[in-house]
Design a binder for this molecule. Structure first.
Ligand SMILES: O=C(O)CCC(=O)C(=O)O
Ligand SMILES: [Fe+2]
Length: 223
């Protein structure tokens, strides 16, 4: 399941990030690519040593932490720091698989990938994120401040930029629930439980839904 998370960043947060990126030091994205992605990757990324990056990371992490859809859809255990990428005209990231495991000392399994779109989609041409799913090719080119969240099980690419510039923040998540199917069932169940809890908080089936949701999550969550 692919999730569209509208306005995960407020307009002012997005502007703050873009403002810092305007004066940022970028380096060749190949530096951070795994072996699998290096040849496909033609973009630039904010230097991880750039002093203002820590402040941006805090801002993004706080935005992720308050997003309830993300919590229900991903059940995050660990979230990487964001990579801030810049694609100018002609840049792209060809078809690749993201690494299944990241980190050196603190290794984490990668279950979900996320792109937060930072540029107004009208300001650049091309630059769609395109995913090869079991339901065919799905593309995302979202309004600035919106994010797409997807299980890291698909080949995907960023199409070449034909005009303008595409800024994005990308990050990866280890979930408490590693099986995408179980995660999706829990997401739907939490939706149903929330809806019934709003409509009929005292109904017996509301209690039942909440109980099943909690106990399935307990059964499937691994720490
Ligand atoms: O920028 C994007 O939308 C995705 C980038 C990507 O696939 C990656 O960094 O692995
Ligand atoms: Fe990727």
């Amino acid at each position: 399941m692919l999730f569209w998370l509208p306005q995960i960043l407020t307009p002012s947060e997005r502007e703050q990030i873009v403002g810092v990126l305007r004066s940022g030091q970028f380096q060749d994205g190949k530096a951070s690519a795994g072996n699998l992605g290096r040849n496909q990757k033609a973009n630039e990324e904010l230097d991880f040593r750039f002093p203002a990056k820590a402040e941006l990371d805090r801002l993004v992490m706080a935005a992720l932490a308050r997003n309830q859809t993300l919590d229900a859809a991903a059940r995050p255990k660990t979230i990487t720091r964001p990579v801030y990428s810049r694609y100018g005209v002609g840049m792209h990231y060809g078809m690749h698989m993201d690494n299944a495991v990241m980190g050196r000392q603190d290794r984490m399994r990668i279950d979900l990938s996320m792109t937060i779109f930072l540029s107004d989609p009208d300001s650049y041409e091309g630059g769609e994120l395109s995913l090869e799913t079991e339901f065919g090719t799905k593309t995302a080119k979202l309004p600035a401040g919106d994010a797409v969240l997807y299980p890291t099980i698909y080949y995907h690419e960023v199409k070449p930029i034909l005009r303008g510039e595409r800024l994005a923040a990308v990050l990866w998540i280890q979930s408490l629930v590693k099986d995408p199917h179980q995660r999706n069932l829990l997401y739907e169940l939490s939706q149903a439980a929330d809806t019934r809890n709003r409509e009929a908080p005292d109904a017996p089936e509301t209690k039942q839904l909440i109980k099943i949701h909690m106990n399935l999550l307990r059964m499937w969550a691994e720490n």
